[in-house]
Design a protein around this ligand. Sequence first.
Ligand SMILES: NC(=O)c1ccc[n+]([C@@H]2O[C@H](COP(=O)([O-])OP(=O)(O)OC[C@H]3O[C@@H](n4cnc5c(N)ncnc54)[C@H](O)[C@@H]3O)[C@@H](O)[C@H]2O)c1
Length: 250
Amino acid sequence: MNKPVALVTGSSRGIGRAIAIELAKNFRIAVNYYDKIEVDANRAQAQEVLDLIRQAGGDGVILGADVSDPASAAQLIEATIANLDGIDVLVNNAGINKDQLMVRMTDAQWHDVIDTNLSSAFYCSRAALKYMMKKKQGRIINISSVVGMAGNAGQAHYAASKAGLLGFTYSVAKEYGPRGITANAVAPGYIVSDMTNKLPAEVTARMTEQIPLGRLGTPEDIAALVAFLASPAAAYINGQVIRVDGGMSI
Ligand SMILES: NC(=O)c1ccc[n+]([C@@H]2O[C@H](COP(=O)([O-])OP(=O)(O)OC[C@H]3O[C@@H](n4cnc5c(N)ncnc54)[C@H](O)[C@@H]3O)[C@@H](O)[C@H]2O)c1
């Protein structure tokens, strides 16, 4: 029998890539990439992710889409269903940060971050839920952030988007739990990725001091929890947010 299907948005690199590779042990994967800024680079990276998945005995497809755009997000869900015969798990992972003090923040910066991090989850979930409801099963896993729970200077838009994802998760859990669909959120702390590699070394050192485990997290630390939430063992977990931050926010 064919393995069930998982779509991971923004999975050409970083945390999404690790999630796609981990989920591929039990799912066929739609690896989503977005090419607007780095034309062809993200597509090539997505192909690399799929090659790794296939080498390990898994399968899937790569699908380009801008999840911050409602039409493109809806097409991504349709393409996933058309290419892989369904969608059982949706991981809303795509995200950006454009750090800026609020008094200097432009409308465009605000909207870019909200659209990419929060509205995208709505666009993708809306389309996927229609299919999941018919099957009376499905999992939606939203990648939030500890910043959405605590706020952060220079990240008003990012924190608002990640906090918004939590309210969104709780609402999906209540609205679609009765249809056999669960929704949960994962809140990573500081994870080694392109997003945090941009930070100056002294900022990384200061962050590490706040983490009881004494290290930044890895994309694989996040992927392990997502794989659990997507598994049959997590069938009764619904509407939760789980921090993966090395104990930073205790
Ligand atoms: N790195 C961290 O410390 C950290 C901490 C907490 C939460 N997160 C969250 O984890 C998620 C992954 O972040 P990462 O650290 O791997 O960053 P990253 O920049 O390495 O990866 C982000 C991915 O999202 C994709 N993306 C961006 N805009 C898109 C769009 N419009 N449509 C489709 N894809 C798009 C990018 O192409 C990329 O593949 C994000 O939601 C981020 O906010 C990261």
